[in-house]
Design a protein around this ligand. Structure first.
Ligand code: IMP
Ligand code: MG
Length: 178
């Protein structure tokens, strides 16, 4: 697997430190609220698990699955819901937990979709952001890292369902997908 990675962009300890800070901030901001972390499957699972352990106030978790990529490295621009939330979110304080924002199309769709269910608040925590690729405007309250425009894998992020188990974020070699 390692031979397919051009470069390690973010190693485990760098991410751990950042996620610790994010969890602390979220814990402070949501005291007295009814916090629900909504993970976007499957890319966010590692981040969700690590972030949740750094939150020291009551919170619950739920998941959605959406698809906009298929097995390609480019967004199709069309978002499909593959799995919806298990519980109602009306009146709750929702924090969408996402792995990476690229065009922003997926998150924009999710934000509008979930806002329709009248949560008390709706914010985004995202580990990675590719600002150069943004097509639609998104406000991210808790951001881990801005990253350059390479196709990234590991720590939950996949290419054709592979590489999610790498413990770090790496740049995928171009000859793997071109
Ligand atoms: P967007 O709708 O273009 O913002 O795409 C967001 C989704 O595409 C993310 O939640 C990821 O699942 C996936 N994605 C975007 N960039 C990458 C990448 O570099 N590696 C792996 N998945 C990515
Ligand atoms: Mg995702």
């Amino acid at each position: 697997m390692r031979e397919d990675i051009k470069e390690i962009l973010l190693d485990e300890s760098t991410m751990r430190e950042k996620i610790k800070e994010m969890g602390k901030k979220i814990s402070e901001d949501y005291i007295g609220k009814d916090l629900v972390l909504v993970g976007v499957l499957k890319g966010s699972v590692m981040f969700m698990a690590d972030l949740m352990k750094e939150i020291n106030i009551h919170c619950s978790m739920d998941f959605m699955a959406v698809s906009s990529y298929g097995n390609s490295t480019q967004t199709s621009g069309v978002v499909r819901i593959l799995k919806d939330l298990d519980y109602p979110i009306e009146g709750k304080d929702i924090l969408i937990v996402e792995d990476i924002i690229d065009s922003g199309v997926t998150l924009k769709y999710l934000i509008e979709y979930l806002n329709g269910r009248k949560p008390n608040s709706l914010e985004v925590a995202c580990l990675l952001n590719k600002p150069e690729r943004r097509k639609v405007d998104i406000e991210v309250k808790y951001l881990g890292f801005n990253v350059p425009d390479y196709f990234l894998v590991g720590y939950g992020l996949d290419y054709a369902e592979k590489y999610r188990n790498l413990p770090y974020i790496g740049i995928l070699k171009e000859d793997v997908y071109k």
